[in-house]
Design a protein. Structure first.
Length: 594
């Protein structure tokens, strides 16, 4: 009988780890979460509101046989819980320990950020107690989401037929709707730019900053810009282009959307498979580190390994200086998303990977490698040409050293070589033209730009972005036009009513501040019960006002009468879509067949 039991979330992950630990260790999977808040108690929240909002947890429906089996297999064994290395993983570990009757102060939690044999065996030697502060933070997040999700969703369903609302989901929808309103209110303006065309070069008129030329101004400048033009200034400077930082969750999603055409949801699914383990010639190995992170830090052993690789393959001049900039709220025990070994090149791994796995792994591998390489160096030359005190600029660029661009260059640029000119030299323009331009409204959010905006505003967490976007799609709050989000009529109505009754809570500033407090709970600086109490007692009165004052949307009449009772037929909505039925429901249950 195996002496130890290791529990992870994923069957795929358990298979990989089992191949490392030998026959004296049993590895089982919880298949994700095992417990959640009950739907009993006041308002179905699963909370004892009078007792500091104490949660009432129950085993998730359908998971009882699995939990029973885990309890049985844990008997007589030392149990180690190896769920994912983040707050959600810590919470799952705590729920498992509660169900298995483990002592919370015992060291039965192991953590690794890559699924490789050395990392797993090292973790086995350093078990620790469950981090209760991380658990409290995740618990507070779950309770907040339950309160908003239940109370607000029920209200919107009853009043305006919206399918759901959420603490972060609704703010993301508000960003989309507010941008759409801004686009609709946009009034285009006409302005002018001026170009001077010479043999082999084109120079642009140097418009003062924040100035837009009118037609009259442009016409005057064109008229006064006559030959000869004089070379007024020549400046050549060295410019260094530093490598991008290695991927974090949000930047990986943005890159995969823009460069590979993968959705955020698909990106995370593929990254999960790369993390949990791939069969390579009879050995299962995780190819990347944990893919839910907001830290771009790299571990010292990997840095040394990669630096040796760069020196051996490209030469010492390609070695860069490693630096890391970590956000204040980043979970810095994490690393960036990187390959677990620099020796597993994408070309060598390609035979073992699906097409999407290979494409994503290649982006991760070379982005990480490039982050440790030297800057690319360019010579930037700027030449100013002048005619009657009107200055025109032409800029050239020559790559002197490719640096990190040798392995990772997603913005390929060609050298722009300028002809040799001397100060005071005169040139004759073939044409001087005014070009009519029209100001453009902002563009709608794409998946990539919405994720970037949510991250910059401090809304949500990297692991939630894909789910937020998928929810907005599933609830029919947005539609996709040319790969960008356009709010539907229902999406706009939802935001309109939220703005009317819940503007104090469903807004960017409040949601961002709440994320900061959740981070402070994780650090042990605040108590989750205090946050929940403050929120509940400010949110509940708003719900009560909305219950009383929010107007109920009436079903749209079709203009037809019910053939059964003669009352008007109306368009109703179900989870399967729209249908036509009698307005006399429930006394008349007539439904029109297509």
């Amino acid at each position: 009988m195996a002496k130890k039991l290791i529990i992870v979330e994923s069957p795929s992950k358990s298979k990989t780890i089992a191949s490392y630990v030998g026959n004296d260790v049993l590895v089982l999977s919880s298949k994700g979460h095992v417990r959640d808040l009950a739907t009993s108690g006041p308002e179905g929240l699963g909370l004892d509101i009078q007792n500091h909002f104490k949660p009432n947890y129950i085993v998730i429906s359908g998971k009882q046989p699995l939990v029973k089996d885990l309890i049985q297999k844990a008997k007589g064994r030392d149990v180690l819980i190896a769920t994912d290395p983040d707050r959600e993983g810590e919470a799952i570990a705590w729920h498992l320990s509660e169900l298995l009757g483990l002592n919370a102060e015992d060291s039965n939690r192991i953590v690794f950020r890559e699924i490789t044999k050395p990392a797993v065996l090292e973790a086995l030697n350093h078990p620790r107690p469950i981090d209760q502060h991380l658990v409290y933070s995740q618990e507070a997040r779950r309770i907040l989401d339950r309160i908003i999700g239940f109370k607000l969703s029920k209200l919107l369903q009853a009043k305006i037929k919206s399918k759901s609302a959420g603490r972060v989901q609704s703010v993301a929808l508000k960003l989309i709707v507010d941008l759409e309103k801004e686009i609709e209110a946009f009034i285009p303006e006409t302005y002018y730019e001026i170009e001077a065309h010479f043999p082999h070069i084109k120079a642009d008129y140097m418009i003062p900053e924040k100035k837009r030329l009118t037609k009259e101004e442009a016409d005057t400048i064109v008229k006064e810009s006559v030959n000869p033009f004089v070379v007024k200034d020549i400046q050549t400077k060295e410019s260094k282009r530093n490598a991008k930082a290695p991927f974090i969750t949000s930047t990986l999603q943005q890159d995969a959307i823009s460069q590979l055409g993968m959705s955020a949801t698909r990106t995370m699914m593929v990254a999960q498979s790369l993390y949990e383990g791939i069969d390579i010639e009879g050995e299962r190995v995780g190819l990347i580190t944990y893919m839910r992170t907001d830290s771009n830090r790299l571990a010292d052993p990997f840095i040394h390994e990669a630096q040796s690789y760069i020196k051996d393959h490209f030469g010492s001049k390609y070695l860069g200086k490693y630096s890391v900039s970590t956000k204040a709220n980043a979970q810095d025990a994490h690393e960036a998303i990187r390959p677990t070994s620099i020796d597993r090149s994408p070309d060598n791994m390609e035979p073992y990977l699906s097409k999407d796995e290979y494409r994503l792994y290649k982006r991760i591998y070379y982005r990480t490698l490039a982050s440790l390489m030297a800057p690319a160096i360019f010579d930037i030359t700027k030449i100013t040409l002048s005619s009657h005190q009107h200055d025109y600029m032409v800029e050239g660029s020559i790559e002197r050293f490719d640096g990190h661009l040798k392995v990772y260059n997603d913005q390929k640029t060609k050298d722009k070589v300028l002809p040799h000119l001397n100060l005071g030299q005169e040139l004759n323009a073939k044409d001087v033209l005014s070009i009519e331009k029209v100001t453009q409204p902002k563009t709608r959010y794409s998946e990539a730009t919405l994720i970037k905006e949510l991250e910059s505003l401090g809304i949500g967490r990297p692991s939630t972005y894909a789910q937020i976007i998928q929810t907005l799609k599933n609830r029919d709050y947005v539609e996709i036009e040319e790969k960008r989000f356009k709010p539907t009529k229902q999406g706009r109505l939802t935001v309109e009513q939220l703005d009317l009754f819940f503007d104090k809570i469903i807004n960017v500033e409040y949601t961002s501040k709440m994320e900061t407090i959740l981070d402070e709970i994780a650090d042990g600086k605040q108590k989750g019960s205090h946050l929940i109490s403050r929120f509940y007692h400010s949110f509940t009165p708003l719900v009560e006002i909305a219950q009383k004052d929010m107007k109920k949307v009436q079903p749209q009449k079709t203009g037809e009468l019910c053939p059964v009772c003669g009352k008007p037929l109306v368009i109703r909505t179900s989870k399967y879509g729209e249908f036509t039925a009698c307005s006399g429901f429930p006394s008349c249950k007539y439904i029109k067949k297509d």
